[in-house]
Design a protein around this ligand. Structure first.
Ligand SMILES: [Zn+2]
Length: 468
């Protein structure tokens, strides 16, 4: 939740790892466009079942961030800079210049991570090309071609020492792209996706499956996974613009998005609907800018009455739209507008303090609006057993707990200790930074349009259309 995956571009390194003999093989394969991969009679690897992280979260119907399998659906994307350690400010990351686009760019989303020895099942139809390296888009012709064909059904890929084995044929590369034509179809572990597939051997020895998907298709697969469809047209339009901006910001930094809350929940074709498509189309190419540049658009479920500044909550030096703390009365009817939680010292002990007896919880630092910024757990002699920024504390505490046992936010109004029990009274759900989704719903209900919603939660920002 804290750290956005900071994957570098493994292509250059990967190419260097290809042995000389492999280069010959690449050349041979590249000479023939007709080399197609068909499933051999006996697949080489012993494990035939692909691994799966389980189904991708389906759109929530209760709260925008109600968990399915993940510990924290309360907040939209987390900051890309880890907050548990010293905050790092790198000016180029704060605001990004937007290049000229004549069409929607492609973004990369990791949709499967298979363990070493396990495979990734996929299919590609309507014409495919397999190339060595990471393609920028399905039309990319820069990379050496390893294979091509019309239809690749029920394929399985495995990471091996010498490369990636697809249907029994070893392709001598650590990263390959399976490029699917515009009229083609792609499935990964049985789920349909737009775009193409990149397979990368992970440092663990497993295989990562990355969906190379056009930004508009990506937003269509995210929209209803991040905001319930009954939140109102204008709130959904605002969400589409925020989701598009967030993804493009990270894509432009070369990052690979994840398909869960650590970036944005993305469900591929299964997450789409004609309504989602229509809303995405209505906002096509629109992103949120400050000073004509992109910034990282955080959002969350319920602010509880006032949003928080990213500068305070995440200790990030972010541009003015993200540093605002704005009043919000649209989320009053959200399920977690106000909440209480009864926690025991034993609960802290198991998740946060492996040794020592927790006797007290202290909040040594708070923002002006009441958001806890730092949390300490102390023993009976007031020795500090745990000390972290508040969102880091919340995320670690919430991990693997059902929602009813989680701490919904660090907007704590009161903490009362009675013996081994703490009673926490708090407001809101999520980190509180950027757009309050329930607040957006409230504004939409009262007749505000998406522009007004975005202007409220991201003051001084402007919506800009960057391609037609
Ligand atoms: Zn709110």
């Amino acid at each position: 939740m804290n750290a956005f995956p900071r994957d570098g571009e493994p292509n250059a390194a990967a190419r260097a790892l290809v042995p000389a003999s492999a280069i010959v093989m690449i050349t041979i394969l590249a000479c023939s466009d007709a080399v197609a991969l068909r499933k051999p009679a006996t697949p080489a690897p012993s494990t035939s079942r692909p691994t799966s992280d389980g189904p991708v979260a389906t759109p929530s119907t209760s709260t925008p961030t109600a968990p399915t399998s993940s510990p924290d659906r309360s907040s939209g994307p987390a900051p890309s800079t880890p907050t548990a350690t010293a905050p790092v400010f790198k000016p180029p990351e704060e605001l990004l210049r937007i290049p000229a686009f004549d069409a929607p760019p492609y973004v990369r989303v990791r949709v499967r991570e298979s363990a070493a020895g396990r495979g990734v099942a996929f299919s590609a139809s309507g014409g495919y090309r397999i190339v060595d390296g990471i393609a920028e888009n399905p039309q990319d012709t820069r990379l050496p071609q390893l294979a091509a064909g019309q239809h690749l059904g029920a394929a399985t890929a495995y990471a091996e020492k010498g490369g990636i084995r697809v249907n029994g044929i070893l392709l001598p590369a650590r990263t390959i792209s399976v490029l699917v034509g515009e009229s083609g179809a792609l499935t990964i572990d049985g789920q349909r996706y737009h775009g193409s597939l990149v397979l990368q051997i992970a440092p663990s020895g497993g295989l990562d499956a990355v969906n190379l998907v056009q930004l508009e298709d990506y937003v269509a697969g995210v929209l209803f996974a991040e905001m319930p469809k009954n939140f109102g047209e204008e709130a959904l339009r605002a969400q589409a613009i925020v989701a598009r901006t967030y993804a493009l910001f990270h894509a432009m930094r070369g990052a690979i998005l994840k398909d869960d809350q650590s970036s944005q929940v993305y469900a591929g074709v299964a997450g789409e609907s004609p309504v989602a498509r229509r809303i995405v189309q209505a906002t096509r190419g629109e992103v949120l800018t400050f000073d004509d540049r992109l910034f990282q658009t955080f959002f969350h479920s319920t602010c509880g009455g006032r949003t928080s500044s990213a500068a305070e909550v995440f200790a990030l030096k972010t541009p003015p739209p993200m540093n605002a703390s704005v009043e919000c009365d649209g989320c009053r009817d959200a399920p977690l507008y106000r909440w209480t939680r009864k926690l025991t010292t034993a609960q802290f002990a198991t998740t946060l303090v492996p040794r020592g007896q927790v006797a007290d919880l202290a909040v040594p630092e708070k923002s002006a609006d009441g958001h806890a910024l730092r949390v300490q757990l102390l023993d009976s002699a007031s020795r500090v057993l745990f000390d972290d920024d508040a969102e880091g504390f919340r995320n670690r505490f919430n991990q693997s707990r059902p929602l009813r046992d989680q701490i919904p936010s660090m907007f704590l109004a009161n903490v009362v200790r009675k013996g081994a029990t703490f009673l926490l009274e708090g407001r809101g759900f999520g980190h509180g930074v950027g757009m309050c989704q329930y607040g957006a719903r409230g504004m939409a209900k009262r007749g505000s349009d998406s522009r007004a919603i975005l202007a409220r939660y991201y003051p001084a920002s402007r919506v800009k259309r960057i391609y037609g």
